[in-house]
Design a binder for this molecule. Structure first.
Ligand code: IYR
Length: 222
């Protein structure tokens, strides 16, 4: 049987408790500033920033370290336009026919609708795919595990990295999103997970007046 190597944990950094408290508080303050936006500037963003944010996403914990994700970074105007056109077709049907009233009611405070101009205006669309299996170089398939958990965690890392870099983003979920695989020519074993719209907010960007639940509402200590 193959012997697998283990290395000493050399990257862990312990902080004195007071510093830990300050860091935890500071990180919360930083993340609390993040807002999902729907009004983007067309101002360009250096590709290097996106590359580093993606490498951060790639560090996420995941099932059996199979890293069952693929990020398609779209900056090409023609492809962005195609995605907007297809997304607006499915979204029009969602808002006008498929969405039940209670869903539309839940979305009302967010001010969302069938029009998705940001899909063309923002400099980057990062289309996140989950991979049902990994294709080895010899063509053999390796099973992947815990896809939604793994890809969801990686997406969370990506959103945090984008915020940390000083950019804004929108988690966009066109429904259904099967068209993304076709438009981006991705293999059958990949399933679109989410579209992350990334860029600067427009000068006059507004956000809905909504708040997050309190700690007591989201956590129980026993
Ligand atoms: N996919 C639609 C609808 C939508 C659904 C939820 I739940 C949201 O939090 C936001 C939007 C859209 O993108 O408009």
């Amino acid at each position: 049987m193959k012997e697998y190597k283990f290395l000493p944990l050399s990257t862990y950094q312990e902080y004195p408790p007071a510093e830990m408290k300050a860091r935890a508080k500071g990180f919360y303050a930083e993340m609390k500033r993040r807002r999902t936006i729907r009004e983007f500037s067309t101002k360009p963003v250096a590709r290097e920033i996106i590359e580093n944010c993606l490498m951060t996403a790639g560090t996420a914990p995941n099932g059996a370290n199979m890293q069952p994700w693929h990020f398609v970074v779209v900056s090409d105007a023609e492809i962005k336009r195609k995605i907007r056109v297809e997304a607006e077709i499915v979204e029009k049907d969602f808002y006008e026919n498929r969405a039940p009233d209670y869903w539309l009611e839940a979305l009302r405070p967010l001010g969302t609708d069938k029009d998705k101009p940001y899909l063309e205006e923002a400099p980057y669309l990062i289309v996140i795919f989950s991979q049902r299996y990994t294709l080895a170089e010899d063509g053999s398939k390796k099973h992947n595990y815990y896809l939604p958990e793994s890809v969801g965690i990686a997406t969370g890392f990506l959103i945090s990295a984008i915020h940390n870099a000083g950019l804004a983003c929108l988690t966009h979920t066109p429904s259904p999103m099967g068209f993304l695989r076709k438009v981006l020519d991705r293999p059958k074993y990949e399933t679109p997970f989410l579209v992350l719209v990334v860029g600067y907010p427009s000068e006059d960007a507004k956000v809905p007046d909504i708040s997050k639940k309190k700690l007591e509402e989201i956590a129980t200590f026993i």
